[in-house]
Design a protein around this ligand. Sequence first.
Ligand code: ATR
Length: 282
Amino acid sequence: ELYNFRLIRPDTKVYGIIGKPVGHSKSPLLFNAAFKSVGLNAVYLHFLVDDVEKFFNTYSSPDFASGCSCTIPHKEAALKCMDEVDHIAKKIGAINNIVRRPDGKLTAFNTDYIGAITAIEDGLRGLEGVKPAPRSPLSGKLFVVLGAGGAGKSLAYGAAQKGARVVVANRTFERAKELADKVGGKYLALSEVENFHPEEAMVLANTTSVGMKPNIDQTPIPKHALKHYCLVFDAIYTPKDTRLLREAKEARAAIVYGTEMLIRQGFEQYKNFTGLTGNNYN
Ligand code: ATR
């Protein structure tokens, strides 16, 4: 029931996700359901791709692939094949959403950071009450990002753009410093985070893979340190209830699940693909 091939016609728009591996991706389920619900003549497929450059060179006709999502390990390599890249995605150095314009040109976005930042902003609004737009509830907040990989970069740039004071903490200290310097933030080694507690409530975002392994209930920072945070976000969504989030709840912090980021980044992609609602994020 994933693809309803009876609905595919010569003028059906083709979307898909490129990655390797890609068969496990739930994106086709999500997008095909969305396209169907609004009656769009479009289909979204899995594309198992080895070489992104070859993929984009081969399928260069504007008639093929109206847009695609991009996942591991192509988020960085695909950037080089684009005609246009959104300025924040360029800074992050990774894209996950590609749209083909009617003239055939490829434009790319990073909706991961929008998904994560809007989920955290909504969490803070729930905690603090709605502030008059356009001020972000992240503005002026101390925002600690654990990890300095692709997801860490997305969160650090996104939070800095919203006016947060970013602190990057990473196992490999040099990577924390490099990212913090780029976003104008401070940096720590991951092991130092438990002793970092200024006189104000902070926001914590985990982007390390600690807590993702099934059957190993790990957490990136000890429970006693969590009392210094008003809100804790974990980018991990399997498992949903990571040890970090369970302990954050016990420490009375508000929590934001990784699934919130997943759904929102998908919705941002949907907006870019269809142009139905426009992209009002800036
Ligand atoms: P992603 O694109 O999902 O961010 P990544 O680029 O591989 O993935 O980054 C993984 C992050 O998890 C890194 O910050 C990594 O720390 P290092 O830079 O020191 O490698 C962090 N990480 C992975 N395993 C870890 C562990 N066991 N303890 C602490 N940090 C870990």
